[in-house]
Write a new protein. Structure first.
Length: 320
């Protein structure tokens, strides 16, 4: 559990955050913040939490992040008190919510192939295999005399593996931080999803092999997930599991919080779900290529309202 910080101190941190990002901060302001942070360990922790929010704002396309902060600034559309209240609420939120930073580390920025948030990219490999990179994905390609290997650093891919033209035939592998998937003439997807690697098989079969545990074969029409130790039991593939290939998100009695979390993968900025509507159930088809239309559809069919300071900072809240 994170340590509790006096809300008054969090409010001061919010105020300083707004000021430093307002475009009118002076050298005196920066020195004052440094002195403020040194007043106590609680002040230092409050500023660390404020900077984590600033990191999350870094996800927003320039100059949208500056515009968003200016709207919160002392000289912007909101009063100083309103700005403190809004950012103070963010500071009071669990810090873990701000740790899922979406900027790719340098290994992913330098990957052989990658996609931006909301982008999909087809890729033809030297052996005739086809790969579709989903949103915010990064991939390294390692083909040599011994193997055909894809290192999935982040995100999700759909693979149609081809028969190797080389003799002897080399294995086709997809490696993640949790282990690897070996294709057996298969069409399959692999997704890095936090602590798990998720696998879904359309045709053929694959072997899912954790780094430190026993493997398991996954057949056509099945899906599973594994961490670095064990593979979960396989389940039947749902019709909507790979609808993303066609730019759609299929929901069948899905929690609204889960749907928004999935939709968030395809849109830049921040998409949040109010605790009061997290458990609402949703069914339907939602376009991933126009996530704004998906949000409008939710507002039309559920007792919710979509609010935001811009398209890049949106919260789905209970309808008043």
């Amino acid at each position: 559990m994170s340590p509790r910080i006096d809300p008054a101190i969090l409010g001061e941190a919010a105020d300083w955050l707004v000021q430093l990002q307002s475009g009118s901060a002076t050298e005196d302001d920066h020195r004052a913040v440094q002195a403020w942070c040194q007043r106590s360990s609680e002040h230092a922790m409050a500023w660390q939490r404020a900077e984590s929010i600033l990191g999350d704002l870094g996800r927003l396309p320039a100059p949208v992040s500056g515009e968003t902060l200016r709207r919160l600034s002392r000289n912007g559309a909101l009063s100083r008190r309103q700005a403190m209240q809004r950012l103070g609420l963010l500071l009071l939120a669990a810090p873990a919510a701000w740790l899922s930073v979406r900027e790719m580390p340098w290994q992913q920025w330098t990957a052989d192939a990658r996609t931006a948030v909301g982008e999909q990219r087809p890729l033809a490999l030297a052996d005739g295999s086809q790969v579709l990179l989903n949103t915010h994905s990064a991939l390294n390609i390692r083909f040599d005399a011994e193997q055909r290997r894809l290192d999935l650093l982040a995100g999700e891919i759909l693979v149609s593996s081809a028969t190797d033209p080389a003799t002897p035939a080399r294995p086709f592998l997809v490696r993640t931080l949790h282990g690897q998937v070996r294709a057996l003439g298969a069409r399959f997807s692999v997704r890095v999803d936090g602590p798990l690697t998720r696998v879904a098989v359309l045709t053929g079969a694959v072997d899912a092999q954790p780094l430190h545990g026993g493997g398991q074969q996954v057949q056509a029409g099945e899906r599973t997930a594994f961490d670095s130790v064990r593979v979960q039991p396989a389940h039947a593939l749902d019709a909507g599991d790979l609808a993303w290939e066609h730019g759609m998100l299929m929901a069948r009695d899905m929690r609204l919080a889960d749907l928004l979390q999935e939709l968030d993968r395809y849109r830049p900025g921040v998409l949040r779900c109010h605790p009061g509507v997290r458990e609402l159930r949703v069914s339907g088809a939602f376009p991933l290529t126009d996530s704004d239309a998906s949000l409008r559809l939710l507002a039309d069919t559920l007792p919710v309202v979509v609010r935001g300071m811009s398209r890049y900072w949106v919260t789905v809240e209970p309808h008043a």
